[in-house]
Each structure stands twice: as structure tokens, then as C-alpha cells.
Design a binder for this molecule. Structure first.
Ligand code: XLS
Ligand code: NI
Ligand code: NI
Length: 460
């Protein structure tokens, strides 16, 4: 078969070919077969770090921004155009995706229904177009063993969704959304998708002045219940995931951040049925660090999957940059390890190349750099986990609660009076004597040492 991409297969070179990425064109940290043990479970790196290509960014995005037209040059373009109204063209693109994954040695992908095929005049026609592409994807998955990390429905691109999909005030649009999700869940079941994602791009409001927020939240909660019930009915066993994001495109989105989304799930009794897909850039937009979102999801037992991308402190929108920050990836991977990995989730590159990186080879470079950033972070985090470095600090910091009335308190006993009796006659100095310096600068310096000691020797 002729090659579709003019790019060689990418291998692990492990720092042996020098520092310049453009000379080496290999993975320095992502070594698919190297084994790692977390919590007594040993698996090769590729089964821990389930990297996924996002169809919408890699196969569809033309690299437009709010001020300029698309710059992308893609091998599937005909006369410089990606003609997604044409079914033959939509089908041809599937071959590119599978060759792309094969060359990168990456096993998963993710898509929205609307990424794959053009709309028809009715939902029935639209589904028929979609099913033709899904047939081809199913066939290719069988041939290659590649897997679907997650699929989702776009309830935000078409103009009908201008005021939401599940929270729209327009009943016919709501019905359309319900029917669209039904079909997407059927595709999830058919392709064995590991997860199914709900990102509520337009589930929020532009203005409080015209929005019945309570009614909208009741609607979306009931919508999620119908989705859960239908997934059960058809025997779909993947995880159902909500993806928090505070704003953009709307002024306010209901799934603002992890803690808000958890309280929504608990309010409506959905916390046993849904987990979360956490995205780096969304964390930034919510004013959080990525590892903060991963931490709170993990502690609630709801860390389902990760959208691996980055934001930018200077740019106020979702720029979906490919990850390149090893400090951040180390801390996110630390939460990942404490979570025991992501059994039904993975690391989806919900990320696009920069407008100035418009050539096909940049799609390869970007995924390679992203995979290496997370593989490097994983290695650093594994070393911190194995040494118990951060867990020891946390254990020691709270040690005064391990005994006496304080241990009883943690077991649900004690009253304000218990503590008054204990403390009333201690002097201020006695109390401050027990308060210890946090040595945060030293902790951060040690973290830097971990990064250096794990990654530095790669290039020696
Ligand atoms: C947009 C979201 C989107 C979801 C899937 O900001 O990240 O890409 O991941 O709909
Ligand atoms: Ni996003
Ligand atoms: Ni995302």
C-alpha cells in the first residue's frame, strides 16, 4: 500500500541520538514496552499511558483563529480544500488517521459525531452519513487493533444549538439533542469505546436576565439520567464522563470546574454513574492548576480520563496547545499514579498545532512532543511515588492528629468542649512551639532535583 504521509515510523531512541529533536525524530522518554509497577500492578508504558489522537484537531482543524483564516496544509486536501461535504472525502480521511496512529505507535483516538461526516437534511440522513464512516472505522479497528478512547456528540457546532443542547429553551432542539446522544451511545457500544464524554460547550448562559437557571439544570440532569439509562439498556459498559470547563463559548458553563461538577452530580444523585474528563486548558480558564483539577477529581473517586493539553497565561481563550511543560506533566502524572492510572480513560491530545506549524509533519512533531512530555512526567512522578517523597511530607505534616483526642476526633468523636478542656490553659508560646515551618522552597527544590535526576541522565 502506498504511504499517505511522507513521514517515517517513530521509534524510541532514549536520548541516544542527541538533543536536537529535529535530528532525532524519535521518543526520548516514551518507551512503549518498558514495564512499570503501580500498586502491585505491572504493565508496559503503552498500557499505562493510553495516548489518543483527537479527530477534530488533527484531522479537521484548519488552524483558524478569531482573526485569521486557516493555515493548515493537509495531505487529504483536494486543491487546498478539506471538502467535508463530500462523503468519499470523509471516508478517505479515515485511512489517514489509521496510518498516522500506526506511524506514531499510538493506539487510541477520539471523535465527535460531527467530526466524521457531513450533516444531511434530517437527523436520519445525518445518521446515515455518520454510519458509513463508522462502518469504515469499525473495519479498520478490526484490521489494526486500534481502539476508541472515547466518542462524543457535538451539541454546540450547529446553529440550532446557539442556546444549548440539553439546556436549550427550545423543545425541538432538546429533542434533537436527546436523539443525537442516543445514536452516539449506540456508536460507543458498537465500537467498544472505553468512555463516552459530555462536554457542555453551550450548556450555560450568556445572560442571567433571560435564563431560568434552575429549569435548565433540572433539564440537563434529567437528560444525563436518560443517557445513563439508555447506556444501561443497550449494555454499554464504558465510563460516562463530564468534562468541566468554566466558560467559552458561553459566558458561564454549568460544569465550571471539578468541585462545581461534583456538587452538581451529587445534587442530582448522579455521582455513581458519571466520572470526569479533566482538561489542562480548562483548568487554567477556571483559575486552577491542571494538577489541582486532577487532585480533586481523584479524591472524589471520579478521575476518569485526561484531555492532555495546555493553556497560556497571556491568552484568555482555550488555545489547546500540545503539552510541553514537564513540571506540569510530572504533577498531573503524580495524581494519575495515585489514581492507579486510568483503567477506562487515557491521555487524549485535545490539542492543535500552532497556526505557524501548518505542515503535515508538524502533526507528527506535536504528538511526539506531547507523548514525550507526559512520558517524562510519568517517569518523574514514578520516582517520587516509589520514594514516597510527597506522601512522607504529607504524613508528617498531619502527624499530630494521629494520637489521643485528635485521633478520636478523626474517628468522629469529640466536641468543642473536648478541645476547650485540652487547650484552655496552654500559653500562646506553647501552642506556636508546635507549629512547624513548611519549608516549601525546599520541597520545590527537591521536586526540581527529581526532574533533573530522572531526566538528566537520559542524554548523558
Ligand atoms: C472544548 C472541549 C472539547 C471536548 C470534546 O473546549 O475540550 O474539545 O473535549 O467535546
Ligand atoms: Ni477544551
Ligand atoms: Ni476537551
Amino acid at each position: 500500500m502506498t504511504e499517505l504521509f511522507d513521514f517515517p515510523k517513530v521509534d524510541y531512541v532514549g536520548g541516544k541520538k542527541g538533543l536536537d529533536f529535529l535530528d532525532t525524530k524519535g521518543y526520548n522518554y516514551y518507551n512503549p514496552d518498558e514495564e512499570f509497577t503501580i500498586n502491585g500492578e505491572t504493565k508496559p508504558m503503552k498500557d499505562w499511558l493510553k495516548f489518543s489522537v483527537a479527530y477534530w484537531h488533527t484531522m479537521d482543524q484548519r488552524l483558524v483563529d478569531p482573526f485569521g483564516e486557516g493555515t493548515a496544509v493537509r495531505p487529504w486536501d483536494v486543491d487546498g480544500v478539506d471538502d467535508m461535504e463530500d462523503m468519499d472525502h470523509a471516508l478517505a480521511k479515515v485511512d489517514y488517521l489509521f496510518e498516522f496512529m500506526d506511524k506514531l505507535g499510538l493506539e487510541y483516538f477520539a471523535f465527535h459525531d460531527r467530526d466524521l461526516a457531513p450533516q444531511g437534511r434530517t437527523l436520519a440522513e445525518t445518521n446515515a452519513n455518520l454510519d458509513k464512516v463508522v462502518d469504515k472505522i469499525e473495519q479498520k479497528m478490526k484490521e489494526t487493533g486500534k481502539k476508541l478512547l472515547w466518542n462524543t456528540s457535538s451539541l454546540f457546532t450547529d446553529k440550532r444549538f446557539l442556546a444549548g443542547g440539553a439546556t436549550t429553551p427550545f423543545a425541538d432542539v432538546f429533542a434533537y439533542s436527546a436523539a443525537q446522544i442516543k445514536h452516539s451511545l449506540e456508536i460507543a457500544k458498537r465500537l467498544g469505546s472505553q468512555s463516552y464524554v459530555f462536554w457542555g460547550g453551550r450548556e450555560g448562559y450568556e445572560s442571567l436576565l433571560n435564563t431560568d437557571t434552575k429549569r435548565e439544570l433540572d433539564h440537563i440532569a434529567a437528560f444525563f439520567k436518560m443517557a445513563r439509562d439508555y447506556a444501561k439498556e443497550i449494555g454499554y459498559t464504558g465510563q460516562l464522563l463530564l468534562e468541566p470547563k468554566p466558560k467559552e463559548p458561553t459566558d458561564h458553563q454549568y460544569d465550571t470546574d471539578v468541585q462545581t461538577t461534583i456538587s452538581f452530580l451529587q445534587t442530582y444523585g448522579l455521582e455513581k454513574d458519571f466520572k470526569l474528563n479533566i482538561e489542562g486548558n480548562h483548568a487554567y480558564l477556571a483559575g486552577h492548576k491542571y494538577e489541582h483539577e486532577a487532585r480533586f477529581a481523584r479524591e472524589a473517586g471520579l478521575l476518569g480520563s485526561l484531555d492532555a493539553n495546555m493553556g497560556d497565561k497571556q491568552t484568555g481563550w482555550d488555545i489547546d496547545e500540545f503539552p510541553n511543560d514537564i513540571y506540569e506533566s510530572s504533577l498531573v502524572m503524580y495524581e494519575f499514579i495515585l489514581n492507579g492510572g486510568l483503567p477506562k480513560g487515557g491521555l487524549n491530545f485535545d490539542a492543535k498545532v500552532r497556526r505557524a506549524s501548518f505542515k503535515p509533519e508538524d502533526l507528527f512533531y506535536a504528538h511526539m512532543a506531547g507523548m514525550d512530555t507526559y512520558a517524562a512526567g510519568f517517569r518523574v512522578a514514578m520516582k517520587m511515588y516509589e520514594d514516597g517523597f510527597l506522601e512522607k511530607i504529607k504524613h508528617d505534616r498531619y502527624a499530630s492528629f494521629d494520637k489521643g483526642i485528635f485521633a478520636d476526633f478523626e474517628n468522629g468523636e469529640g466536641s468543642l468542649k473536648t478541645f476547650e478542656d485540652y487547650i484552655l490553659h496552654k500559653t500562646n508560646d506553647e501552642i506556636f512551639d508546635k507549629v512547624e515551618s513548611q519549608h516549601l522552597e525546599a520541597i520545590k527544590a527537591t521536586l526540581n532535583n527529581y526532574i533533573y535526576s530522572v531526566l538528566g541522565p537520559t542524554f548523558n
